[in-house]
Design a protein around this ligand. Structure first.
Ligand code: CU
Length: 137
């Protein structure tokens, strides 16, 4: 067997690629709210959301983007883009900073986030689903 060992250079290359992918995804998802977007499950129709809202898509039991940067006092719209009738929530881990309640397939919940700092959150129905909102001043 001549398996090449995984080097630091490999790791650096991988994280560079990951950074580019994350940047591209964030650029697509955070700036505007298109009516229709392609997510991994297929075509997702986004319900109307307030202008300026940051959109977080939920599909395949994932939040996208996994980290959303927002301005304090602005709103975040979580859209359930599942291909099947799977409900989700976006619930702050602690402090009750936001909780969407159940978002059914094709529905949206808009929450205003205030204060500043990092807010880890999860889906109350599927606790392994985790993501983060970072609230900038
Ligand atoms: Cu869920």
């Amino acid at each position: 067997m001549s398996t090449r060992p995984f080097t630091r250079r490999d790791a650096a290359a991988l994280s560079a690629i990951a950074a580019v992918v994350v940047a591209a995804v964030s650029a697509c998802f955070s700036d505007r709210a298109p009516t229709t977007v392609d997510v991994s499950t297929g075509n997702c129709v986004v319900p109307p959301v307030p202008s300026g809202a940051t959109v977080v898509f939920i599909s395949n039991f994932n939040f996208a983007p996994p980290t959303a940067h927002v301005k304090s006092g602005s709103s975040v719209a979580w859209v359930n883009c599942e291909a099947t009738a799977v409900p989700h929530t976006a619930t702050a881990d602690a402090g009750g900073r936001f909780d969407t309640g159940t978002i059914n397939q094709g529905k949206v919940s808009v929450q205003t986030v205030s204060g500043t700092g990092t807010i880890p959150y999860h889906c109350a129905i599927h606790p392994s689903m985790k993501a983060t909102v970072i609230v900038d001043p």
